[in-house]
Design a protein around this ligand. Structure first.
Ligand code: GLN
Length: 480
């Protein structure tokens, strides 16, 4: 097993290691590597060691679960009581939530150990972590390249083993794309399969929390621990099912679709990697089918209209009155709000608020926002029809491997376009996983994406597990 969680969990249970020892080990790794990678924007050592002490007590009593005592990182947009959760934005500098997100509550109550906050793009708007107020995180494979984003800090922390796993959020690809860029596994669960309570909203109808891990088994374990309906999130659902115990690696007779629209404009090295992954599946007994889903092309423009519209509304609450940054120099309340928002938000966030306000404004609402909602329906329907034909889809995660640093700020439209392979899943509320499948000629990781119908997490995780086992067969045998 390549699972870090299973490895540490069994050491903890067999009393060969304590959570305090394990946590110290990870804090040491952070101290050694974070200066170079900027994957964590804050680490609370004392809190982590206290949590580890409590975990050791639980373990001594024979209580807890697979995640008890295991250290993890948290994206800076997921609320933790008393811990600065600034979304990597100046406007939320110093904001310490008075409550825990449901996912945090679940993890902490089972004795998991939160290490600190992972770097991200400001309010999760971006693809590189370069829009965040703490500066970019660096790709652990090669520091001249970005980690991807927006959950880039978490992906880098996991890939460089500064955290056993991390929680990210995915509105249009923010878990899957950085996972692909850094060589980690990233799961974007079905919309509603786990609670968004305490996830600071970007595009509420698209946002979903998901795990970043170093193996598929770990993604399944964390998913199982987080999923479930929550009375605090009215969009959460009771339909999700657990995945870990269903990891058999058996994909015989699985029908895998290769949607041809996903292969247009993709770097040839990535196309080859996905095709060779398809061949691996065929060898494992799955059947491949080339399919066509033409409306996928419209998902990207619809995404940028819907995400910006929702962001413009969600970010209306940062007015300097209730929390976060407030400008000091003003004559009346309007000026205070204007100055606070002008200085508090970065360039990319302001751009999206303006775009969102524009598409929602009286004269343009029908032409943009309403049309985007209709496209959304079409894309969802196209996926529904495709899943009558195939069990899941295999696609690239992104058209390129990691961008060089500073590339995105000068190539904004191209960066938006690079979300082409990930956003359709959010538009339709589907689950998808990104997992490592190779490297390009520069040695940068290449990911593949598996997409399933709603609540098919067990199916996509099992298919990912089959591929991972096939690729790592030799390595796994050595480790055991
Ligand atoms: N890159 C996409 C964007 O900038 C996705 C972000 C996300 O999933 N949070 O909107």
């Amino acid at each position: 097993m390549l699972s870090r969680i299973l490895k540490y969990s069994s050491l903890l249970r067999d009393k060969k290691l304590s959570s305090v020892e394990l946590t110290k080990e990870y804090l040491k790794k952070i101290a050694a590597k974070n200066g170079e990678l900027n994957a964590f924007v804050s680490v609370d050592e004392e809190r982590a060691l206290n949590l580890a002490g409590a975990a050791d007590k639980l373990l001594k009593e024979g209580k807890g679960n697979l995640l008890t005592g295991i250290p993890f990182g948290v994206k800076a947009n997921i609320a933790e009581k008393g811990v600065e959760t600034d979304c990597c934005s100046r406007i939320l500098k110093g904001y310490r939530p008075t409550y825990n997100a449901t996912v945090i509550e679940k993890l902490l109550s089972s004795g998991a150990v939160s290490l600190g906050k992972n770097n991200m793009d400001e309010f999760a708007m971006g693809s590189s972590t370069e829009t965040g107020s703490h500066g970019a995180a660096y790709n652990p494979v090669n520091r001249d390249y970005v980690t991807g984003g927006s959950s880039g800090g978490g992906a880098a922390a996991v890939a460089s083993d500064m955290a056993v796993y991390a929680l990210g959020s995915d509105t249009g690809g923010s878990v899957r794309q950085p996972a692909a860029f850094c060589g980690a596994v990233g799961l974007k669960p079905t919309y509603g399969s786990l609670s968004r309570y305490g996830l600071i909203a970007y595009g509420s109808s698209l946002d979903q929390i998901g795990p970043l891990t170093s193996s598929v088994a770990d993604a399944a374990i964390v998913y199982d621990a987080l999923r479930g309906v929550d009375p605090r999130d009215s969009t959460s659902s009771a339909l999700s099912v657990s995945a870990f115990e269903k990891l058999s690696g058996d994909v015989k007779n699985l029908k895998i679709g290769l949607p041809k629209e996903y292969f247009e404009g993709i770097n040839p090295e990535i196309v080859n990697t996905v095709k060779s992954a398809a061949a691996t599946y065929e060898k494992l007994g799955a059947t491949l089918k080339e399919i066509s889903v033409p409306s996928l092309k419209y998902a990207l423009p619809a995404y940028y209209i819907i995400a910006c519209a929702e962001a413009s509304s969600n970010l209306g609450r940062y007015d300097g009155i209730r929390y976060g940054y407030r400008s000091r120099d003003y004559d009346d309340v309007n000026e205070m709000i204007m100055k606070t928002r002008s200085a508090g938000f970065g360039k990319e966030v302001k751009r999206r608020i303006m775009l969102g306000t524009y598409v929602l404004s009286a004269g343009y609402f029908d032409a943009y926002y309403k049309k985007a909602l209709r496209v959304r329906e079409q894309v969802s329907e196209a996926f529904r029809m495709a899943f009558d034909e195939v069990d899941l889809m295999l696609t690239p995660v992104a058209p390129t491997t990691a961008f060089p640093l500073n590339y995105t700020s000068e190539n904004m439209i191209e960066t938006y376009m690079s979300d082409y392979c990930t956003v359709p899943v959010n538009i339709a509320g589907l689950p998808a996983i990104s997992l490592p499948a190779g490297t390009d000629e520069k040695g940068l990781p290449i990911g593949i994406q598996l997409i399933g119908a709603k609540f098919s997490e067990p199916l996509i995780l099992n298919a990912a597990y089959a591929f991972e086992s096939a690729c790592n067969g030799g390595k796994e045998a050595e480790n055991e």
